[in-house]
Design a protein around this ligand. Structure first.
Ligand code: TEU
Length: 571
């Protein structure tokens, strides 16, 4: 089947509503050349494994040329692959090999900012250059000597550095980087910037990619304060004051039109820190031709205080249930949800929302997946989640490599925060946990590489690895296969209306999915102790047929620790 034929048949309208996406973080997925870093030929060598899992789409975190300040989310050439990961030819081969297996592939589009090593930015540093206005440049704060402490244009912080403004002696001015100095923000007010991005996206589509995951895409339209040269308010973290700017919809509609995103039924998902249900409903309304779906952050920011991910907070189950239900109800009539717990920025869900002890890890991983995949929307599986990988035992700052973790440690230490408190926050929320190498088997370095990995393998790889899961019909892997098959075969799972039940129950997560006279009931015990089912407050269980369960006896009125059941109610 030619690529063109494949594209035509393989991307019918709304195909992504029945798809399951698998995220690959190339640096940690599979090394093929023994340099301790994952690469593209390594991914290609694992395509049969991914086809066996049953997923439909592969999302590749960035593999473009990059100084790797933020592990690739700082791109210096959008039209080339970083030698760390391979070559363009390797990527073409991966795309073709994926398509041959019926797998689609989407790229990570990082266009809120580039690397400070990108030729666009290097040219922009020249005061008179035609690309000066491709980025945000500002003079020093009035009355301050440029380059001296406190001379930054305003007090805005960066996510991974003390200030959002970096002094450039070349012009004596400051440029904006809301993540880090190595990631200067592009000025999307400038139509030349937008056209260059559109052309780059068309270039990748011509190479066969099936869509884009768009990095912090709701930050591209900056608030008028910034675009009109005024100061930003210095809130410590969070994108509240920058997110969802005045021209966001205009820029997304223009991109969709100019690139032909909907016209070619390409998958588009926008990462949107600070997006609300209202923003998501608007942006993912198919009639508006903006995006298919967005990644919200609300449910992954509940176990913290406000925007500060390092200030930990307990998360009673009703709060998590309520938040996901709000997004289900909010996008029930228009728009579409993405469903995720794990990605390369979040700690492992089984350790965070589940129980990763030897006694409960398998069932809590299965039950968390059951609950997520039976919500309405497109599920995302992060590498290793499909066999229950856990957080790593990172107990010293030397164990952390991520720019965000190291910046937090530096800032908190400077502010006098106790080391053990800093380490407690990092142990709970650090991104490093998601980035340990994938544990393929129990051989040295877990089969990830034949040399010293860029980041140590989690020592629990002897027990927790893909090979062991593949051999075990009762494994987390086998459970994910069943969830994916259910989504592919059952329209109620794809399109059924969601309704939360027992919203205040602090152990049981229960809800129904209804399509016409078909009803699925999902009940899940999200605790490590048995839970009595309040049968009087549930549809008649005696009329229910168990279609997927984690425990042998699916009829008892008591759910075992981390037991979940998907039941079809007789109509
Ligand atoms: O993440 C955006 C983002 O909001 C995260 O930085 C998040 O706030 C934080 O990591 C939560 O811990 C995207 C990418 O997913 C991330 O890997 C990049 O570091 C970031 O953008 C900048 O490109």
């Amino acid at each position: 089947m030619s690529p063109a034929d494949f594209e035509r048949t393989a991307r019918p309208d709304g195909w992504w509503r029945s798809a399951v996406v698998y995220q690959i973080y190339p640096r940690s997925f599979q090394d093929s050349n023994g340099d301790g870093v994952g690469d593209i030929p390594g991914i290609t060598s694992r395509l049969d494994y991914l086809a066996e899992l049953g997923v439909d789409v592969l999302w590749l975190s960035p593999v473009y040329r990059s100084p790797q300040v933020d592990n690739g989310y700082d791109i210096s050439d959008y039209h080339d692959v970083d030698p760390l990961f391979g070559t363009l030819a390797d990527l073409d081969e991966l795309i073709a090999a994926a398509h041959q297996r019926g797998l689609k592939l989407i790229m990570d589009l990082v266009v809120n900012h580039t690397s400070d090593q990108h030729p666009w930015f290097i040219e922009s540093r020249e005061p008179g250059s035609a690309k000066r206005d491709w980025y945000f440049w500002r003079p020093a704060r009035p009355g301050h000597e440029p380059g001296t402490p406190g001379a930054e244009p305003d007090d805005a912080h960066a996510a991974f550095a003390p200030s959002a403004w970096t002094y450039d002696p070349r012009s004596g001015e400051y440029y904006l980087g809301i993540f880090s100095p190595g990631q200067p923000d592009l000025n999307w007010e400038n139509p030349q910037v937008r056209h260059a991005v559109h052309a780059m996206m068309r270039w990748w589509i011509d190479r066969g990619v099936d869509g884009f995951r768009m990095d912090v895409i709701n930050l591209i339209s900056k608030p008028s304060a910034l675009t009109s040269g005024e100061a930003l308010d210095p809130s410590p973290a969070g994108f509240g004051q920058i997110a969802n700017g005045p021209r966001l919809d205009e820029f997304l509609v223009e991109m969709n039109r100019e690139v032909g995103l909907d016209a070619q039924n390409l998958l588009t998902v926008g990462e949107m820190p600070g997006a609300t249900v209202e923003v998501a409903r608007r942006v993912t309304d198919p009639a508006r031709h903006e995006l298919n779906m967005v990644f919200t952050f609300e449910h992954v920011n509940l176990d913290q205080v406000g925007w500060n991910k390092w200030e930990l907070a307990d998360l009673p189950l009703p709060r998590l249930k309520e938040n996901l239900a709000q997004w289900q109800d909010g996008l029930a009539e228009a728009g579409w949800n993405s469903l995720y717990y794990d990605n390369h920025d979040q700690p492992r869900a089984v350790s965070r929302f589940g129980d990763d002890s030897a006694e409960h890890r398998v069932n809590s991983a299965k039950t968390l997946a059951t609950v997520l995949h039976l919500h309405k929307g497109t599920p995302y599986i992060y590498q290793g989640e499909e066999f229950g990988m856990t957080n790593a035992p990172l107990t010293h700052i030397a164990h952390y490599l991520d720019v965000e973790s190291l910046n937090y440690h530096a800032r908190a230490s400077a502010a006098g925060v106790e080391e053990d408190q800093i380490l407690r926050s990092l142990a709970r929320k650090g991104r490093d946990h998601a980035r340990t190498p994938v544990q393929w088997d129990d051989t040295p370095y877990a089969g990830f590489t034949t040399d010293i990995p860029w980041m140590p393998v989690n020592p629990n790889y002897i027990e927790i690895n893909a090979a062991a899961a593949l051999r075990d019909p009762g494994s987390v892997f086998a459970h994910f296969q069943q969830l994916i098959r259910l989504r592919h075969s059952d329209e109620v799972v794809r399109e059924g209306r969601f309704e939360l039940l027992l919203s205040d129950h602090d152990q049981v997560w229960a809800f129904t999915r209804t399509l016409g006279d078909q009803v699925l009931l999902i009940v899940a015990n999200c605790s490590s102790v048995p839970a009595e089912l309040p049968v009087d407050s549930l549809p008649d269980l005696d009329r229910a047929e168990l279609i997927l369960g984690t425990h042998p006896d699916g009829t008892s009125a008591v759910l075992g620790p981390w037991e979940s059941r998907v039941l079809r109610l007789a109509s």
